[in-house]
Every structure is written in C-alpha cells, then in structure tokens.
Write a protein that binds this ligand. Structure first.
Ligand code: PEP
Ligand code: MN
Length: 339
C-alpha cells in the first residue's frame, strides 16, 4: 500500500502514521522526495484497512500496492536511487559510469598493469572476478582468496574502486572485506540464500539478470537483497538466451527503458557477456547509453588471446580507449555526463 502525504507534512505526522503501521505488524518505508512524501506499507497489506489512512487529514491519497516487489518498485520510491560507490563516484544520477577490467584476476602483475592502464584513461571503477562460474568444471575456476588479496592491494595502491563476483554464501563476508562492491552473476540471480547474504553487507551489489529470468523475477531477486537492509542494488543487463546462436546471448536493450519505469534502482549494461565476442561490443555499448543505461561493465585485458577466460570478448586496451572516448559523445548527446 502506498500512502501519499499532503504537501508540507511534518515529522509528527510521519511518526503517527508509522506508529499505526507498526501496530498492525507492518513496516513503514518513508520516502521524502523533492515533490512528494510517500509512505510505503511493507508486509501483508490485508492486515490494515486503507480507510484508516484515508480518514487522516494529512493524507492525500492511498493506493493499494500494484507491484508485488515492493522495495524495488518505483511506486514506493518515485525518485531514482543513486548508489554511492565512494571516492565521489555515483551510479544512478546524471553520470554514466564506466566499470572496466579483466574477466578474471590472473596474477598480481596482470591486475596492476591493467589497473594503471585504465586509471590513466580516466576509468575509476574496476571489475575482475576472483571466483569464476564456468560451464565446464575443467575450465579455470578463478584464483579465489588469493585473488581477493590482490584486489584489496590494487584498490589500496591505485585508488581504484574495485568490484568482484560472489558465488557462494560462505565467501560473501570475506569478499566484502577485500573489495568495494560485490557482483551476483547470471547463474546466481535466483540463488536466494546468496541474495540474502549480500543483502546483509553494507556494500553496493551489482545484480545481473539470469539468462532466462523474467524482468519481474529479476526485480524479486533485488527485493531479496533489499529485504535484508541493503538498498544499494545496481541491476545489470547481460543478455538473455534466445533462439539466436550468432551471439552468445541476446542483449535485451528493451529491458532498460522498461526497468526505468518499474524500478528506481540504477541499471547498467554488460555488452561483453551478451555478445561473447569483441565485434558488437562498441555498438552495443553506445546503444546502451542511448536507451538510458546508468553505466557499462566492460571486459578489458592486456593480452586477451592468452587470457584464462572469455578470450573472445575482452577488449584490448587500445580498442577500449577508442570506445571510451566515443562513448563520451554518446552520453553528451543524451544529456548525460560520462566517466
Ligand atoms: C562476469 O561478469 O564475470 C560473468 C561471469 O558474467 P555473467 O554472470 O553475466 O555470465
Ligand atoms: Mn567474463
């Protein structure tokens, strides 16, 4: 249930309404926006009669909730959520944020080389996986805890903001101590225990869509994280499985404007794991910004031919730099900053 308050409502009224909601065994989620103050009633709304609120003279209107995902819904939180990554970088505001780096952490030297290369170009946020979800159990599985130590060193010595994927509830706490931001990958979008665990951490979480999750299932996954108290969720479109085999997955660009309507959470795009090959990445990145993405997640490797994972889709630094420059123009064309 969503309660829209009359203009100029004060703390006394907000406390009063919160008390009524609490007494009914429900939770109040207060959202003070620029134009409106809204109180979301979280929980089974059948426990309370909407007329109780309608009878209050400081309530403008009461609407039963339309969307089953409540915390992630724009109905409850009309203003965009801006996730602060630290060091002055924010996702979800006017700026489109670039997150770039190798698919996997392979060695300390590799990480420092790519971190310094990207930093020189102006990139402030880095990706690199310590744990790898591989289709084959015989493929490189990631360096695990050793990689986390490298990531920690990289962020401390270069000042870059660093993110990495978590796949297992048992690794969440340790990963969170070593990096600035966590990522839940496509294979774990509906790993509910993992979602709850990252929800307990006070760090931004990139949540990818699963290869065949619906938009509603994806938003429910975000809801799992937010229900535990972590509202710093950044959705990341990474392609879906369709009948088309030319690309590894089909990048669902239509999901971006749809999500912008349904949710207040920021949305970034990973064109690399969608395409599975270098060729389409520049065009897909430009299109992503044009349709409203708040950021990009792009794989860059100094020697992709010899990378331990995803060789075909990691851009070389020179290719990335060219694209990075071109993207500034696209962002400008749609009235956004880029960095
Ligand atoms: C990744 O970003 O490293 C990754 C494995 O991507 P996805 O979960 O989208 O397959
Ligand atoms: Mn990869």
């Amino acid at each position: 249930m969503i309660i829209v308050m009359e203009k100029g409502v004060g703390q006394k009224e907000l406390d009063h309404i919160s008390e009524i909601i609490k007494k009914a065994g429900l939770k109040a989620h207060i959202s003070i926006g620029e134009s409106k103050t809204i109180v979301g009633v979280i929980g089974d709304e059948s426990k309370i009669d909407k007329e109780i609120f309608e009878s209050l003279d400081y309530v403008e209107s009461v609407m039963p909730i339309q969307k089953p995902y409540r915390r992630a819904s724009r109905e409850i939180h009309p203003d965009n959520t801006v996730v602060d990554l630290g060091k002055g970088v924010k996702i979800g505001g006017n700026e489109v944020v670039m997150i770039a780096g190798p698919c996997s952490v392979e060695s300390e030297e590799q990480m420092f080389t790519i971190a310094n290369t990207l930093k020189k170009m102006g990139v402030r946020v880095m990706r690199a996986s310590a744990y790898k979800p591989r289709t084959s159990p015989y493929a490189f599985q990631g360096m695990g805890p050793k990689a986390l130590k490298i990531l920690d060193k990289v962020r401390k010595e270069t000042g870059m903001i660093v993110e990495t994927e978590v796949m297992d509830t048992r690794n969440v706490e340790e990963a969170a101590r070593h990096v600035d931001m966590l990522r839940v990958g496509a294979r774990n979008t509906q790993n509910f225990d993992l979602l709850k665990e990252v929800g307990k951490v006070d760090k931004p979480v990139i949540l990818k869509n699963g290869i065949s999750t619906t938009i509603e299932e994806w938003l429910f996954a975000a809801e799992y994280i937010m229900n535990e108290g972590n509202n710093k969720v950044i959705l990341c479109e990474r392609g879906i499985r369709t009948s088309e085999p030319f690309t590894r997955n089909t990048l669902d660009l239509s999901a971006i404007p749809i999500l912008k309507e349904l949710t207040h959470l920021p949305i970034i795009v990973d064109p690399c794991h969608a395409a599975g090959k270098r060729g389409p990445i520049p065009a897909l990145s430009k299109a992503a910004i044009a349709v409203g993405a708040d950021g990009l997640l792009i794989e860059v490797h100094t020697d992709p031919e010899n990378a331990l994972s995803d060789n075909a889709q990691q851009l070389k630094p020179a290719e990335f730099e060219k694209l990075y420059k071109e993207l500034k123009g696209v962002a400008q064309a749609v009235g956004r900053k880029f960095g």
